[in-house]
Design a protein around this ligand. Sequence first.
Ligand SMILES: [Mg+2]
Length: 259
Amino acid sequence: MPPLDQVQAVFFDLDDTLCGYWDAAKTGLRAAFDLHPAPGKTTEEMLAAWANEFRRFAHELKTSHWYEIYLTQGGVTRVQLINETLQSLGIDDPELAWRIGDAYGRERDARLKLFPEAIEILDALKGRFPLGLITNGPADIQRQEIETLGIGDYFDHVFIEGELGLGKPHPTVMRRAERSVGLNGRQILFVGNSYAHDIVPAHEAGWATAWVRRPSDVPPSSRTGQPEEKPEGGPDPDLVMNDLRPLLGALVGAGAQRG
Ligand SMILES: [Mg+2]
C-alpha cells in the first residue's frame, strides 16, 4: 500500500489526466485541415508540416514575445502556428490560416471528453478532500475546457498557467497551490500524466505523487505512440496507474484528519 495516509488535499493536472486532450487535438486538427484544404496540399502533408513547425514554434513560444500573447489568447498563437505552417509550404494566406485555426479550436473542443472513470473518481473524492486543478496552457483555452467538460464545481482551487503568468514545472506554481489549502509536503497529492511537468515538480515540492500512464497517452516530446517512460534515476512516484481508479484504494486511510 503506498504511503498516502497523510494526504489531506488532492490536486489534478487536466489535459490527458482527466480528459483526452491529445486525442482531441490530433483528430480536431485533421478535421480542420480536411474542412479547409490548402491549395495543392493533402491533409497528410499539412499535418506533417504542422508537426515540424510545432516543434520549432513550441520552443519559440516560451522564449519570445509570443509567450505574453499565448498566456491569455491561445487562439492567436494557434493561428500564427498555422500561418507559419502554410508559409513553410510556400503558401501566404493569412485568411486561410485564420479559418483553419478557428476550425481547429472548435473541432478540438467538440471532441474533448473526460476519461470514462473521471467523474466517478471526482465524485468519490469531493467532500473528503479539498480538490484543485493545476494546468498549463492559455487562460482562455483552459477556462473553455473546464466549461466544456462541466467540471468547474469539483474544484476549490484552479491554477492556470495563463492566469499565473507561469506554469509547471516552475516551483512557484506548487507554492501557490500549497498556500491555497494551507497544507504542504505529503499532505498534498498531485495526480498527473506528465513525468516532467507533473511528477517532478510535485516531488521536488515534497508532495505525494500519482502518475497516470494511459496506454493512449502520447508524450509531447517524442510522439512515439508509447506512454512516457520514467527517466533513469528519476524519483519514483508513490503510485503509478493506467487510469484514475487506483486512487480510491490508495486514499482509503487518508483525509481522516479533516474530520
Ligand atoms: Mg497533462
